[in-house]
Design a protein around this ligand. Sequence first.
Ligand SMILES: O=C(CO)COP(=O)(O)O
Length: 275
Amino acid sequence: MQSCTISIIFTTKQSLIVGLTFLLQFFVGGNWKCNGTKDSISKLVTDLNSSTLEADVDVVVSPPFVYIDQVKNSLTDKIDIAAQNSWIGKGGAFTGEISIEQLKDIGCKWVILGHSERRHVIGEDDQFIGKKAAYALSQDVGVIACIGELLEEREGGKTFDVCFRQLKAYADVVPSWDKIVIAYEPVWAIGTGKVASPQQAQEVHQAVRDWLKTNVSADVASKTRIIYGGSVNGGNCAELAKEEDIDGFLVGGASLKGPEFATIINSVTSKKVAA
Ligand SMILES: O=C(CO)COP(=O)(O)O
């Protein structure tokens, strides 16, 4: 997934700077959570279809399960679908669950797992989430693997401990990292309007990459996209995108507004300039 960009930048003095920069393909997900109706989703899809999106960005949206088919049948094929959850194994007598096989059947290429709302509202633990991730990957469905600390954990100086523990639970069971995108979503920033500063986010992203290097491999560390989530919007995305280890975003509230989500996707341009 690693891409090589040859940057040719004309400065104001018309000098030519040619640099060879390795950038990971930017990845932006829109997590619609438990929001929307047939009508509001139809409008959102229309807005996304008419937006001009930078070509070199992987974009996914995650509608509620019941609207996936509607979205899949009406959304531009430049945007993939990620489910918001999946069962830990093959389907069967598991009332209320949705299997990976069913998600594949309706065209989902990705699934979001380990989201803080599933950890802290529903009560899913690291091992349960790890099982889901391993199963999804075994069926060739990509995993957006969420991690992130609570406010009291940050204030108690435990941010890295928590993120590394959550990462290890994935690393212990996944067969490969080829189809994993890590989403760092500090819980205190989700839905609160309190975005992590670019420096706070970069610090954790860099630590996550270092952890991968030490505990998985240098190759995985250099190829795995680490995206940021938590109150990302059209106004703060450009500054966040400039940080070296921020390879995209997982967006909640602002992904429900087509033009604003397009702005977030297109913030890849500030990354390219910063590189
Ligand atoms: O949880 C999130 C994405 O998964 C982030 O939500 P907000 O962008 O609404 O803070």
